[in-house]
Design a protein around this ligand. Structure first.
Ligand SMILES: Cc1ncc(COP(=O)(O)O)c(C=O)c1O
Length: 399
């Protein structure tokens, strides 16, 4: 008896992803690979009270199947939070999702036919590549920082353009205001949807937040927003990822398409998290905990960059990110293969993410992503020393 084969997209993933996802099992490993928040930032007591309140006070709403599009009150609150002088949002512009990851998945379902073209900021978030892989899309890599980059040519003919303007995962890079404006103008000119994935938009350690693509694409017209930006938000980084609570803000016709896609995905996002989000927003909980998160992560960013300057300067170049969770370091020596470095680093007790997993073709083996939010300063310094020893061993053939 032979069983039917698995779908062909499953063989498109690479084993590097599995290697670093399994690395958590290794004792005393310093994990600089993940993109995880520090659990100490979670307001456990308040969240426990909100969870109790949600079930005790709203059992008929939260224990039932909520509407596919989410609770009207939560959609309205999000519309209000993201409206600005020129940008009028209503709840028709908002879909509640099972965190940001589902927003990515639904956009793929709504816009991609088999083999569709995505213009994606390069390198790109691994989770987005994973979400869209079943459609076997083709990618047009876009490198916003390249001299002569032409946004209209980059977007033209793609089903959508994927961009993380605030502290991209993996590069930690911030897209500047003129480039934000140029991307929005290109989306308006070409008609291409512009996906603004924004899990790190609250994590600015230096400088004031730049306007979102969503805001820049507002026309000032009254009535629900009708522009080309599909904005993806989440509570994962500013409150807690276990809530699995996110939202999409987009033109009503896009929200309608995404609702149809969500119906066939999970039918609805749990009402318990939705009610907790309503109460968290109403009592200003995210705003109350943010200063502590910024202090903690900002000082860890500084600690990691200082340790890297001390131990990794001979081998890597990087820029200090102004926010987010990651430093992206490119090897000076093109012969340094970071897929191989991952294996050697694991044997030295440290884990980083190699660049190949952020490249749809898996070809870029010249950089690493280093996370600074999960570990305290002394572990970041020790992890960096271990990484330096691993690079030395790999390059000197002693690995
Ligand atoms: C760029 C980017 N988008 C989306 C997500 C999804 O996060 P969540 O599903 O927890 O909201 C992440 C998580 O790390 C991310 O880095």
């Amino acid at each position: 008896m032979s069983r039917p084969a698995f779908a062909s997209w499953l063989s498109q993933t690479n084993d590097v992803t599995q290697t670093f996802l399994n690395a958590g099992q290794i004792p005393d490993l310093i994990n600089l690979a993940g993109g995880l928040p520090d659990p100490s930032i979670w307001p456990v007591e308040e969240l426990a009270q909100l969870a109790h309140k949600a079930v005790a006070e709203h059992p008929e709403a939260v224990l039932a199947y909520p509407p596919i599009e989410g609770f009207a009150e939560l959609r309205h609150l999000i519309a209000q939070r993201f409206s600005t002088g020129g940008l009028t949002l209503t709840r028709q512009n908002v879909l509640i999702t099972t965190a940001g990851m589902q927003g990515l998945d639904l956009v793929g379902k709504a816009l991609l036919d088999q083999g569709g073209l995505i213009a994606a900021q390069s390198p790109a978030y691994l989770g987005a590549l994973d979400a869209w892989r079943p459609r076997l899309p083709s990618y047009r890599p876009i490198r916003l920082q390249d001299e002569g980059f032409d946004p209209v040519a980059a977007l033209d003919g793609a089903q959508f353009c994927y961009c993380v303007p605030n502290f991209s995962n993996p590069t930690g890079r911030l897209v500047d205001l003129p480039m934000r404006q140029a991307m929005v103008e290109a989306a308006q000119q070409t008609g291409t949807w512009l996906v603004e994935d924004d899990p790190y938009g609250m994590l600015y350690y230096d400088g004031a937040p730049l306007p979102r693509l969503l805001e820049l694409s507002a026309t000032g017209k009254p009535g629900p927003y009708d522009g080309p930006v599909i904005y993806l938000g989440t509570l994962s980084k500013g409150l807690a990822p276990g809530l699995r609570l996110g939202w999409v803000i987009a033109a009503p016709e896009m929200i309608t398409a995404l609702i149809t896609a969500k119906q066939g995905s999970d039918m609805c996002t749990t009402g318990i998290s939705q009610q907790m989000a309503i109460d968290a927003f109403k009592t200003g909980l995210p705003e109350r905990i943010l200063p502590h998160i910024l202090d903690l992560y900002g000082s860890r960013r500084n600690a990691l960059c200082a340790a890297m300057a001390e131990h990794l300067t001979p081998w890597f170049d990087w820029q200090v990110p102004q926010g987010g969770m990651f430093v992206w370091a490119r090897a000076k020596d093109p012969a340094l293969d970071t897929d191989k470095l991952l294996k050697v680093a694991l044997s030295h007790g440290v884990c980083v993410t190699p660049s190949s997993v952020f490249d749809p073709e898996g070809q870029d083996r010249g950089a690493i992503r280093v996370n600074f939010t999960l570990n305290p300063a002394e572990r970041l310094a020790e992890g960096t020393r271990r990484l330096a020893r691993a690079v030395d061993a790999l390059l000197s053939g002693k690995a």
